[in-house]
Design a protein around this ligand. Structure first.
Ligand code: CA
Length: 112
């Protein structure tokens, strides 16, 4: 009986800790640094990141609109691993026309 109570308390404690950690993460994250869409700004499938992406994977060559947040400037490359032609977007800019990189972005990273 005592063992059962201890187990219940342990589970409760773990649950409370997980809840606190998740709450902290939500507050720390805020708005993603970068959001890519495959249609227009705010439309279609999207890809979000807060760190450099050397290979967009499922979103490779799909982005047609990009939003850059949190006071940063990012560079978007035609090739994987930050190679080839690039465009710069930001700080705090949403662009619905990617020009020659429309449906061609393969990697991205913050600059400066
Ligand atoms: Ca590409």
């Amino acid at each position: 009986m005592l063992t059962t109570k201890l187990k219940v308390l342990a589970v409760l404690g773990a649950s409370l800790m997980v809840g606190a950690i998740q709450q902290t993460n939500v507050l720390a994250q805020g708005v993603p640094d970068v959001i890519l869409w495959d249609q227009k700004i705010g439309r279609g499938a999207s890809f979000e990141t807060n760190k450099a992406v050397p290979d967009l994977g499922r979103f490779n060559n799909r982005a047609s609109a990009i939003q850059v947040n949190n006071g940063q400037k990012w560079r978007f490359y035609e090739g994987k691993n930050f190679t080839g032609a690039f465009i710069e977007i930001g700080p705090d800019e949403a662009r619905g026309n990617l020009g020659r990189l429309n449906n061609r972005v393969s990697s991205l990273r913050a600059v400066r």
